[in-house]
Design a protein around this ligand. Sequence first.
Ligand code: AMP
Ligand code: MG
Length: 440
Amino acid sequence: MTEVNKSIDHIISCLSGYDPDSMSVSGALDIILELTREYCKSLGSEFVPLTDAPGRVLFNDLISTLDVPAQDNAAMDGYAFAYKSLRQENETVKLKIRGNVSAGEVMSDEIILGECVKIMTGAKMPNMCDTVIPQEFVSISNGMACFTSNFVKEGDNRRMKGEDLKFGNPVLQRGKLLSAADVGLVASLGVPEIEVYKKLRVGFFSTGNEIRSPGQELEEGCIYDSNRYTMSAMLNRLPVDVIDFGVAADNPRILEEFFQNAASKVDLIVTSGGVSVGESDFTKQVMKSLGSVEFWKIAMRPGRPMAVGKIKKPNEADSMQTMVFGLPGNPVAVMVTFFIFVLPAIRQMVGNTRYLNKKLKFPLITSIKKKKGRTEFRRGSLVSMNGDIFVKVQENQGSGILRSMSEADCLVILEHDEQTYEAGDKVSVLIFDGLQESGE
Ligand code: AMP
Ligand code: MG
């Protein structure tokens, strides 16, 4: 078995004190990241036009093939001259104007001491010129540019060749999640397309006899599926291709079909529901029969039960496996476990070297009590008071109350070993949305 396909059995066999019924959040994340560590090596790469590159992950280190800018040029509209033309401080200088040069033009005349050239921003500096005086400081009389020497220092308003990117120097590193600025940099090198990791194929489905899709009739005792929609929204921010496999009934034969079908089509499957100890929770037994999957009780709230592992791809070699996350069913638990475990795993699987969630610290507005021995993720909001930012924890923390997730703008992390927090204590916070596309 290659490194890429390290199994969860192999990873846990190397751990001392492994207890699936009492996993800490950090212990669970460590195992997950170990399981996905080498995955991106098998993902392969493709070239995409720069316009499609933001949000993708760079496959190779990028070295500059040019100096940017390619030549010294003017940073302001003004007059370019050799600083040596000035003799003393606070003198009135008069320089003979030899001509004009705009951006895109080149002045090839040799400029000598006592002369200058009217220059526009971005134009190449004429020979011998090293300084630009902005036009606001200059008056013109009889073909001469007149100004006071105090208004300018040597080298002012001159952009140096290669000051942005230097030929042969590193520009971006492999594993960087490409931003708007990154594709701008690549474009400034004149490169129209870039090699990125291929997209990861991710499939998901919900489980449960009571789950109906929006648009269907809701019979008594049933509920509408929200998990597939939160999941798809969270996945769509990542460099992945997504397949929605729908809703599987709590029936071992149907569940097996769902898993086999999904495993044949995707690299990662995320399910919700059916991983606790309920009588209709067949997801566990089916997952177990198809590969090597562990069932954890994680010391966290919300989101205690979770399944993690790999299942075999049907009709392929044993080493070809699909990663699976069996998330709990409760809508808030799904979002929280996705955020805490699935998101860093996916970032790692797509080659992003900054895969950990970015945590920020803010003081609490009120005191909080929690149970020692588990990590609690409370929904919270950031509030501004007298110019400082505080975090407020929402009242209703029930794991079925999806509304509180919609009203929140962050998760507040209450640490495993803590019991009480006083108002003003700083807590770690995971901010939702824009800030979370790239991790630490
Ligand atoms: P389970 O883990 O399957 O027992 O589900 C736990 C709770 O989450 C139950 O109340 C389910 O009805 C609910 N639930 C499970 N899946 C979904 C879903 N896709 N959308 C909304 N609620 C769900
Ligand atoms: Mg269920």
